[in-house]
Ligand binder design. Structure first.
Ligand code: GDP
Length: 362
């Protein structure tokens, strides 16, 4: 009995405290309920503007989802985030594979976060269904930045056509801005149409090049060079230094031949060694002077308005197209008309007209 009393005493001492096991059971089941419960748009927005990166990532996944219910939720989240967005420096970075994009983003990214600025790195890689997303946004390629608490790296949305992938990236930019990111890099691979999409969603467009290889070797089209606000000649180190310096002069001369930029900015050329982190500061200075100029001459605001209108039209085009091709009446008729075109019974224009009239029930 004596022993029992002692035991009871001990129990009495603990009386005011909840039983640990029941606390755990209760909180675990509550946690499970919270986890299971999907968040509302308002809950997403609240978490995003408080800088919750886990929720930001989830919201971007919803943007990327093709499920109709996710698309509705995504629209709601984006619309509600819009008023908190728009304040970052949006910078597009392009260049052919191997030029050093990820090394460069790692170097300049670490430089940017060293000032306490928050940086998001997004990507557009419409070929990622083929490359399995290995070209861009691969976290392992940016080892230092991927563990930097001031940086957030998000790989390119997976498979999809360029229009869709680009729109998702643009919408992700809005969420990143609402989450308080000061600088947003959008990386793309410099070989095709994706630069045009990136150019239409950034304030500043940076083209990475190598010395020693002609433009044609680097697969860079004249149109892409024309869009550049800054050409960076990377790998200006070791035996390559001299070549990089003469390439700088050549590119400067080439840029003079292009029509002047709407922004009033004269595009610049700068060499750097991303791997040795040399002259990264000069590049950031150039970017800063660009932003000073476009804020003072109001191009920053005007350009973004124009971009919004461009994206409004792009979205209409995409939505109409998707709606058209998923329409049951069209789906039923299109194969028959395709055959007629192939067999020369109908011209392509006539076939298109029939389908469009059918769609609009004319
Ligand atoms: P990306 O395909 O454009 O992202 O290029 P990466 O950043 O993966 O770089 C391709 C290769 O170039 C890697 O082996 C890098 O180490 C190398 N590289 C990148 N920057 C430099 C540089 O500044 N100097 C030198 N010498 N090599 C570099």
């Amino acid at each position: 009995m004596g022993n029992n009393n002692k035991y009871n005493k001990t129990l009495n001492v603990q009386e005011g405290i909840n039983q640990p096991s029941s606390i755990n059971n209760e909180s675990i089941s509550k946690f499970k309920q919270i986890k299971k419960k999907s968040l509302t748009a308002d809950e997403y927005v609240k978490a995003i503007i408080s800088g919750d990166i886990t929720i930001l990532s989830k919201a971007i996944t919803i943007i990327e989802s093709s499920l109709a219910e996710h698309q509705e939720l995504a629209k709601d989240i984006i619309t509600k985030c819009l008023k908190y967005s728009g304040k970052s420096l949006r910078i597009g970075i392009t260049g052919v594979p191997g030029v050093g994009k990820s090394t460069f983003i790692e170097a300049i990214g670490k430089y940017v976060t060293s000032f306490g600025k928050k940086l998001a790195v997004l990507a557009i890689d419409p070929s990622s269904d083929i490359s399995k997303g290995s070209i861009l946004g691969d976290k392992t390629r940016m080892e230092e930045l991927s563990i930097d608490s001031f940086a957030y790296i998000r790989p390119s949305p997976a498979a999809g056509n360029l229009g869709g992938v680009a729109r998702k990236t643009r919408e992700s930019v809005i969420l990143c801005e609402a989450a308080g990111f000061d600088v947003i890099f959008i990386e793309t691979v410099g070989v095709g149409q994706s630069e045009i999409a990136v150019h239409s969603m950034v304030d500043f467009f940076l083209l990475l090049m190598l010395s020693g290889a002609g433009d044609e070797l680097q697969g860079i089209k004249r149109g892409i060079m024309e869009m550049a606000d800054l050409i960076v000649i990377n790998k200006a180190d070791g035996d390559n230094l001299q070549k990089a310096n003469s390439a700088k002069i050549q590119y400067e001369n080439a840029l003079h031949l292009f029509p002047p930029n709407d922004s009033g900015w004269i595009p610049k050329v700068q060499t750097c060694s991303a791997i040795n982190k040399i002259d990264i500061d000069k590049i950031w200075d150039i970017i800063n002077s660009y932003f000073k100029l476009i804020e003072s001459n109001d191009y920053y605001r005007k350009n973004r308005l124009n971009q919004s209108l461009y994206w409004m039209k792009q979205t209409i085009n995409e939505d109409l197209k998707n709606n058209f091709y998923s329409n049951e009446v069209i789906k039923a008729k299109i194969i028959e008309l395709e055959n007629s075109v192939i067999n020369n019974q109908l011209s392509s224009i006539e076939a298109a007209k029939i389908l469009i009239n059918l769609y609009f029930k004319k």
